[in-house]
Design a protein around this ligand. Sequence first.
Ligand code: UGA
Length: 440
Amino acid sequence: MHVAVVGTGYVGLVSGACFSEFGHHVTCVDKDEKKIEGLKQGEMPIYEPGLQKLVENNAEAGRLKFTTDLAEAMKGADAVFIAVGTPSRRGDGHADLSFVYAASEEIAHAIEGYTVVVTKSTVPVGTGAEVEKIIRDARPDADFDVVSNPEFLREGAAIEDFMRPDRVVIGTDAERAKEVMRELYRPLYLIETPIVFTKRQTSELIKYAANTFLATKITFINEIADLCEVLDADVQDVAKGIGLDGRIGRKFLHAGPGYGGSCFPKDTLALVRTAQDSGAPLRIVETVVDINAKRKKAMAQKIIAACGGDVKGKVIAVLGLTFKPNTDDMRDSPSLDIVPALVAAGATVRAYDPEGMDEARHMLSDVEWCKGAYETMDGADALAIITEWNEFRALDLDRVKDLLKAPVMVDLRNIYNPQDMADAGFEYTCIGRAKLAAEG
Ligand code: UGA
């Protein structure tokens, strides 16, 4: 099959590379010439484990190409995927669809034979119908169908998620389009991946409902964690104890500083707006959005409290800035609330992140940037772990204690064991677990 992918952001690039790995001929298009030039040279615009190799191998095999010319990419294409950004519209939380509509207009003029136009970007319910109208108005003669095929990739595990998904959702009533989509995903049929065929608007809603449900699950366990702190209970054990119930499930019950990233914050808010506009408000999700925003801010207070209630003139070492490990993505990361609040409270913040520093430098000011974990904590009054990168999971605790001025550690991801930390002589603060006095 021949496929064009419009947009070489995170979703477009991963999808394009993976479709080419399935054996299809893929051309990825982007307006950004620098990005396309870079991709032709094998330079990745994002950090995603395994992506570089996948792109290189398939480009070498002649199955994956990059261009700035949409018409060229769509020559002979059976399907064209729209994978452009849908950021939050400033101020009101609605998804900004201007990139999707602009791409649709361009696609309309490039359609040749029967083409399936697929929305891969996360788009509000009804967008597929609007895309269809745009193309129909621009090219009444074009032979096409518009299909919704949302992605469920997690950053940092995107290739595995594409190659071995829990399910594929395809929204269309058109039989011809279903055939093309079946053929595209044929390699997944072989590993018996469930494929959910449904109406286009249902498929669009499934994407939002999935992300919103997961964000709600995280927010639920975060609130339970706060309760655990008051009741001297342990949130890790609560998560295990409820998660073993198959109806609840163990995943996404890890309490932390609040969810971030390019998806959950934007998608929860967009669904809230869609629901309000439709006269069927989602009050649970409205509350989730509110709690999560407040939680990220409250995390700075937790660090300040661990430092005795005042950080004026103190040095705080921060490890991890990205919204989660294995990505360089800083969007809506809890660190963007925490670090400025610490600085505003008079602290000097020294920070390190394995992949996110380039991004972080644009988004955070008044920070001393360090080259490694131990350098960051050298002479600091306290250490705060915001993101659970693997390299922070097994720090040499004796060395940490020697380097810090005081053995104060705030672990917002619960990657250490409170008893071990107390035994090692740390004043250890974590999320939703009993606070033990430091030994010695
Ligand atoms: C999320 C979804 O998991 C994907 O299925 C979806 O395709 C993607 O959004 C999207 O819409 O594109 P992603 O944003 O990459 O993927 O990251 P997640 O792994 O879901 O984590 C999101 C946030 O929740 C992170 O800040 C993470 O630290 C937090 N989280 C996650 C928790 O605090 N606790 C958990 O138990 C799990």
